[in-house]
Write a protein of this length. Sequence first.
Length: 191
Amino acid sequence: MINIALFGPPGAGKGTQADLLVKKYNLLHISTGSILRSEIDEGTPLGLEAKKTIERGKLVSDEMIVKIIEKTIRNNPDVRGYLFDGFPRTYVQAYILEGIMTRFHKKLCCLISLEISEDVSVKRLLERGRTSGRRDDTEEVIRKRLREYNDKTIPVIEYYKEINRYFPINGDGSVGHIHSQITAIIDKQIL
Ligand code: ADP
């Protein structure tokens, strides 16, 4: 079993790389952003609670995210591995994830971080906003999401650096080149 977290600012290309990795290694893709968007579309109580926060460019509460992750792992115990996308996004989430993994007798092998500059991030998200229909892909909300990223998400890197599970990659390259760098890291962990 191989469990991986894909990390990086909004627009880093996590979703694109996740699709390729899920196919190659037969993993269960757990994207907290997608799960929250489905909850919003279905109008569930959780979705209603998350909607305003997401549209303001803020992070939803750690409690809500932890509930989603626990439920997803509990409902899918027999997979080849998990690919976390957009999680952990705060230091507390990283800490709690360790506890959850231990409780389910699993381990996160690596945090693969796709690194891009703020300019590249804004440019990509504005482009995506033209076609995605995502209400949080407007310039004002994008700037707020990046502020949240710098304040709350960047500290996650320290957590994984300390335990030697942080693997940075330059995210400003071709999809294929980035994919092969990621698979090189993962293959080394599998061996
Ligand atoms: P992106 O990485 O492009 O910003 P996501 O689809 O991963 O977008 O997430 C969209 C929104 O969902 C975030 O801006 C945030 O409000 C919320 N969200 C997703 N994952 C988390 C998380 N792990 N912790 C807190 N909020 C989250």
